[in-house]
Design a protein around this ligand. Structure first.
Ligand SMILES: C[S@@+](CC[C@H](N)C(=O)[O-])C[C@H]1O[C@@H](n2cnc3c(N)ncnc32)[C@H](O)[C@@H]1O
Length: 196
């Protein structure tokens, strides 16, 4: 039997999810992004593992120039359609973030929602311009421990203070860990890359 590479397996799994649901994650942006859009520096943004484009759409509507990628070509097709329906342009493309090389010193903002790939953190930092900002939110181990619906594999869940510590070399603008509505346990961060 032929073996399937890890990335290929992710692509198959996510394509299946996106094919089954008309809109898997909804068309509205993550609340944390909506609530903090005004403090993000305007310019070029990269939406990491963008899914069906709910956050990319919101960023484009708010005047950002949006690049974004996802491993699922089904999700990318839906993201491009969503942008078209809303008369905005986004540069959405298929890429496996395990291997994709982000351009250095390019982005004013990096948005990373509900996707945890620890090996990507140094590459995201390099991809930001000096003064650029990362906005990020995803599940913590508490999410799995409490048996909430969603990811259970600890490899994809943040440990206490982990997200904060991953960005100690940045200026922390906002950080929190909390349980929301007894439904999800998350960590959220906004941090700026200092320097000239
Ligand atoms: C929970 S969804 C979050 C999507 C989006 N960030 C949002 O908040 O709507 C996780 C996404 O990661 C993508 N993904 C998983 N592994 C990936 C990889 N190796 N490279 C790029 N995207 C990947 C999936 O296809 C999926 O769209």
């Amino acid at each position: 039997m032929p073996t399937i590479r890890a990335g290929e397996q992710d692509r198959i799994t996510w394509n299946k999810k996106y094919e089954t649901e008309a809109c898997l994650l909804g068309k509205d942006p993550v609340d944390f992004l909506r609530e903090h859009i005004d403090i993000l520096p305007k310019g070029k943004v990269f939406d990491v593992a963008m899914g069906e484009g709910r956050n990319a759409l919101f960023l484009a509507k708010n005047g950002f120039e949006v690049d974004g990628c996802d491993i699922s070509e089904v999700a990318i097709k839906k993201a491009l359609e969503l942008a078209k329906e809303n008369n905005v342009r986004i540069n959405a493309f298929v890429a496996d973030l395990e291997t994709y090389t982000l351009p250095k010193d390019t982005y004013d903002v990096i948005a990373c929602f509900y996707y945890l790939q620890r090996s990507l953190i140094p590459r995201m930092k390099e991809a930001l311009k000096a003064g650029g900002v990362i906005i990020c939110e995803t599940y913590t181990v508490e999410h799995g421990d409490r048996g909430f619906e969603g990811p259970k594999n600890k490899a994809y869940l943040l440990n206490p203070n982990e997200l904060l510590n991953l960005f100690r070399d940045f200026k922390i603008i906002f950080y929190r860990e909390l349980v929301l509505n007894n439904k999800k346990a998350i960590a959220s961060l906004i941090a700026r890359k200092e320097g000239n």
